[in-house]
Design a protein around this ligand. Structure first.
Ligand code: AMP
Length: 285
């Protein structure tokens, strides 16, 4: 595995890896890697001939009061995990190279950035779209892999990729959970032991609705009423919504297209998000 810091070196390394019928897979991350990230790597390795992982804690997607400076980092461990997993290139650019002093161009995402996390994290998806677009231009992958846990991010990236004619397939990989159901996240390390227990409320509620859906429940209000009681354990619930999985617009009643139940809230000072996808067609098959 090659660890690369500069865009020029990345281009040289990937020029060698590219070729007819050779596909480059790309997994963008902010590091502090866990099994959720590694599932994206495995998907890339199954589909592509070379896999590039990026680690970049992107300042433009953090709000002024958010955790940019305290975001967990362990580059040595991340590098080891990537090497053991057989990643080909680990790309870890410096902030000053991604955002040089005169940097002044942003990608402004449209409708998919508006609901759910949009009002609670102003500017977040603009930062995400901008950095993903820049990383896409640096790596020029054939396929890029994103986690379902960040469903709205997937929707923003898909829309941007289509709207800007980027020749990249976007693949969404199912959420990887801890054995007790908690969605894996780098931010889980902020949780104290009692908070970790209360954090389970989100996945418990969502998985209860998923079970009811599998047993035939198609009324969105009744599905949400199963998620709500466990969420009382959170210190703050920011949203709980059932939306069209593709457009993120409110779901119809009864559910007829793939939808997602999405929730976000705080346990102590840690913000958690999670979702489950429900597909009426898949359930009928
Ligand atoms: P992050 O480092 O948090 O920016 O995440 C990098 C990528 O990993 C994003 O595409 C996330 O959606 C994905 N990811 C994070 N957590 C999980 C998880 N538990 N399961 C699957 N993918 C995940």
């Amino acid at each position: 595995m090659r660890t690369i810091r500069s865009v020029a070196e990345l281009r040289r390394a990937l020029a060698e890896a590219r070729g007819p019928d050779r596909h480059i897979g790309f997994v963008p991350t902010m590091g502090y890697l866990h099994q959720g990230h590694m599932a994206l790597v495995e998907n890339s390795q199954a589909r592509c001939d070379a896999t590039v992982v990026s680690i970049f804690v992107n300042p433009t997607q953090f709000g002024l009061t958010e955790d940019l400076t305290t975001y967990p980092r362990d580059f040595i461990r991340d590098e080891q995990l990537c090497r053991e997993a057989g990643v080909d290139v680990l790309f870890a650019p410096e902030v000053r190279d991604v955002y040089p002093p005169q940097f002044d161009t942003f990608v402004e995402p449209g409708a998919p950035a508006q609901p759910l996390c949009g009002p609670f994290r102003p500017g977040h998806f603009r930062g995400v779209a901008t950095v993903v677009c820049k990383l896409f231009n640096m790596v020029q992958p054939d396929v890029a892999f994103f986690g379902q846990k960040d469903l709205q991010q997937c929707a923003v990236v898909r829309r941007m990729t289509f709207d800007l004619n980027l020749p990249i397939d976007i693949v969404t990989v199912p959420t990887v959970r801890e054995p007790d159901g908690l969605a894996m996240s780098s931010r889980n390390r902020y949780l104290s032991a009692p908070e970790r227990k209360r954090a389970l409320a989100i996945s418990r509620g969502l998985l209860a609705a998923e079970t009811a859906f599998r047993e035939g429940e198609r009324d969105p209000a009744r599905l949400l009423s199963l998620v709500r009681p466990p969420l009382e354990a959170l210190d703050e619930l920011q949203y709980l919504e059932i939306v069209d999985a593709e457009t993120l617009k409110p779901a119809t009643n009864p559910l007829s297209r793939p939808v997602a139940i999405c929730a976000a809230g705080y346990v102590g000072s840690t913000r958690l998000i999670d979702n489950v996808m429900l597909d009426p067609d898949a359930a009928r098959r």
